[in-house]
Design a protein around this ligand. Sequence first.
Ligand code: HEC
Ligand code: HEC
Ligand code: HEC
Ligand code: HEC
Length: 186
Amino acid sequence: MKSLFLFFTVCMVTFFTSGSFAQDSLAKKHGFVGADVCGMCHKSEKAGKQFDIWKSSKHSTAYQTLLSDKANEIATKKGLKVPAAQAPECLKCHASGYDSDSTLIGKKYKVENGVQCETCHGAGADYKDIKIMKVKEDAIKNGLVLPADKEKFCVKCHNAESPSFVSFNCEEYWAKIKHTKPSEIK
Ligand code: HEC
Ligand code: HEC
Ligand code: HEC
Ligand code: HEC
């Protein structure tokens, strides 16, 4: 009996830790606040201008891309019955929060912001407060994700499942969206 219980425990753990990217973000029950809220503190020169760097990257317009004729052509060819911007098959890499319970979506959160801070760093309602943010360990406990292995992390979306995929070079791509704190620049 004991071993059967152990077996099920192992199965459950395996199930919950091996999920796809979408399941990962669903598993966390933290609320989304939106890039504008993160931007309040991550905009200044001193902080490292993360907001501006993100805003001028293609990640911030990834949802807008789905509204284009090109996107809808791709969707139609794939046999999707709805426009690209409504298809989970496209939204899964071009946005976040679209499939979350509405109680988890903050007033300022915009799906239209595409691949935003919380798409990569986890939903931030529980870690965004200054007291928690200042202590890395506390932030992580409250949902902050710091992708340790960039290569592995980026290819969750930058892969051949993307209809327009050509290639992905982690170093080159990271250089385009790098948003390191000034104090960390050596
Ligand atoms: C009230 C201000 C404030 C808000 C809002 C805020 N942050 Fe922060 N954040 C900070 C401060 C302060 C630090 C720690 C100081 C530092 O090292 O830059 C920090 C650190 C971080 C770090 C680096 C952690 C580390 O130590 O490596 C990340 C990543 C981060 N914030 C992401 C976010 C995201 C994503 C949001 C929105 C969901 C957000 N922050 C909202 C103030 C804020
Ligand atoms: C949630 C999915 C997702 C993740 C995770 C992700 N990206 Fe992206 N990325 C996209 C999408 C979608 C686009 C295309 C946006 C568009 O053109 O509308 C894109 C575009 C880019 C571009 C612009 C490429 C060009 O054509 O100029 C760069 C650079 C980039 N990503 C770097 C990264 C790096 C580095 C990581 C990992 C740290 C990463 N991305 C993680 C979805 C993602
Ligand atoms: C495409 C994914 C992606 C997006 C979008 C993104 N980040 Fe990051 N962020 C990363 C990765 C990867 C790191 C590096 C983690 C590491 O090397 O430890 C990082 C690091 C950081 C750091 C720590 C920098 C340091 O030097 O320690 C801060 C602060 C941060 N991000 C804030 C933000 C904010 C604010 C936004 C939105 C305006 C944002 N990020 C959007 C992936 C992303
Ligand atoms: C596995 C993640 C993923 C999925 C699923 C995905 N995309 Fe993308 N998409 C990306 C990434 C990453 C890019 C950036 C270009 C690249 O490196 O592939 C991108 C770029 C694009 C572009 C811009 C291409 C260009 O040449 O400017 C369009 C349009 C697009 N996607 C439409 C769609 C449509 C429509 C769907 C759904 C049928 C979809 N995508 C599904 C990840 C994805």
